[in-house]
Design a protein around this ligand. Structure first.
Ligand SMILES: [Ca+2]
Ligand SMILES: [Ca+2]
Length: 295
C-alpha cells in the first residue's frame, strides 16, 4: 500500500511553489535607496550614509529554527567559471553559524563607514539579538568601498541556500524606457564586438541586469523572482505571499529593519525606528558617492 500512496502524493509535492519556501529564510525588506537627510540613518549610528545604511532583512516564516550558516546574499548570480564577486563593486555576504528563531528577523547592513547600533555580528560570527532592531540578529557586511552597494536604478538581491540553490531574487529597474533601451543597445554592440560573455559582463552589465547574460544575469534561475517598485524608503513584503511594495505605502514610515510585518500605519509612529530616526538630531554627512553615481 505504501508505494501507491507515495506515488500518489509525489506529483503534488513536486509542483513549483509560487511563493518562497518557508523552510528557508525569506527576504522581506530591502533598503536600496537610502533616503536623504537624517531620516536615512537606518542603522541608527547617528549618520546617514548613502551606502552604509543600505540593508536587507530576512525572516524565518517557518515553525522551526533555521541555522543561517552558509546562506548567502549577493547582488547577482555567479555564472559558469566566474564568480560574481570578481569585482570589488559586488555585494556578497555569507552568514556565519547563527540560529534564526521562528518569526525572528535578521538585518544585514551594508556597513560601509558605519556601525549599526547595538550588538552587530559579521561574516565571521553572529551576536546576540539586537533590541534596537526589534530583537533581530543584526549583521554588518562591512563593505569596504563606496561602490560595494545596491544601485538605486537597477539591481537585484539574490538569496542562496548553503548548497548554492538560488532561492529568491528580488530585482528592480527604475530606469526610464529610453535609458533602458540605450543600455541594451550598448550591450548588444559590446557583445557583438566581444563574444566572450564573461568579459562583457563586467561593469557594463551591472546596469543591464534584466537582459544581460553575464554575471548579473539569470534571476530566472532563482526559484522565486520578485519585482520591487521604486521607493523613497525601503521596499517590503506585506505578507509572505504578497508582493514588494514601498514601505511608506505599508506603514507611512521609511523602513523598519528587524520588524516584519511592518506595523500598520496607525501604530508606526510610536513603534518604528524610522520614526525615531527622523526625530533624532543628527548632522547629515554629504553623500559619500560622486554626484554622477546612480546609486
Ligand atoms: Ca543604493
Ligand atoms: Ca547610519
Amino acid at each position: 500500500m505504501l508505494p501507491i500512496f507515495v506515488a500518489a502524493i509525489v506529483p503534488a509535492l513536486a509542483e513549483p511553489s509560487p511563493t518562497p519556501d518557508r523552510a528557508h529564510p525569506i527576504i522581506t525588506e530591502i533598503l536600496y535607496a537610502v533616503p536623504t537627510g537624517p531620516a536615512g540613518d537606518a542603522d541608527q549610528d547617528g549618520n546617514r550614509s548613502a551606502t552604509g545604511d543600505e540593508f536587507i532583512e530576512i525572516f524565518n516564516a517557518g515553525e522551526k529554527p533555521i541555522n543561517l550558516e552558509g546562506y548567502r546574499l549577493m547582488d547577482g548570480l555567479p555564472t559558469q567559471g566566474k564568480a560574481a564577486t570578481d569585482e570589488k563593486s559586488h555585494i556578497d555576504f555569507t552568514f556565519p553559524k547563527a540560529t534564526l528563531a521562528p518569526k525572528q528577523t535578521a538585518v544585514i547592513f551594508n556597513g560601509f563607514g558605519s556601525t549599526p547600533k547595538g550588538e552587530v555580528g559579521d561574516a565571521t560570527a553572529a551576536k546576540a539579538a539586537n533590541d534596537n532592531f526589534h530583537g533581530a540578529l543584526v549583521f554588518s557586511m562591512k563593505c569596504n568601498n563606496q561602490y560595494q552597494a545596491l544601485s538605486n536604478s537597477n539591481d537585484m538581491v539574490v538569496l542562496l541556500a548553503p548548497d548554492g540553490t538560488a532561492l529568491q531574487c528580488v530585482r528592480w529597474d527604475n530606469r526610464d524606457d529610453e535609458k533602458r533601451e540605450q543600455a541594451n543597445r550598448s550591450r548588444r554592440d559590446t557583445s557583438g564586438k566581444n563574444s566572450d560573455s564573461t568579459k562583457s559582463g563586467s561593469k557594463n552589465s551591472r546596469n543591464n541586469s534584466r537582459s544581460q547574460p553575464a554575471d548579473k544575469a539569470a534571476p530566472e534561475a532563482a526559484r522565486v523572482t520578485q519585482d520591487a517598485p521604486k521607493s523613497t524608503g525601503s521596499v517590503t513584503l506585506t505578507t509572505i505571499e504578497g508582493e514588494f511594495t514601498p514601505h511608506m505605502d505599508q506603514s507611512a514610515t521609511l523602513f523598519s529593519p528587524g520588524q516584519f510585518p511592518a506595523a500598520p500605519a496607525a501604530d508606526a509612529a510610536k513603534s518604528d525606528p524610522a520614526g525615531k530616526a527622523s526625530e533624532t538630531k543628527t548632522t547629515e554627512k554629504p553623500a559619500s558617492k560622486p554626484a554622477t553615481s546612480p546609486r
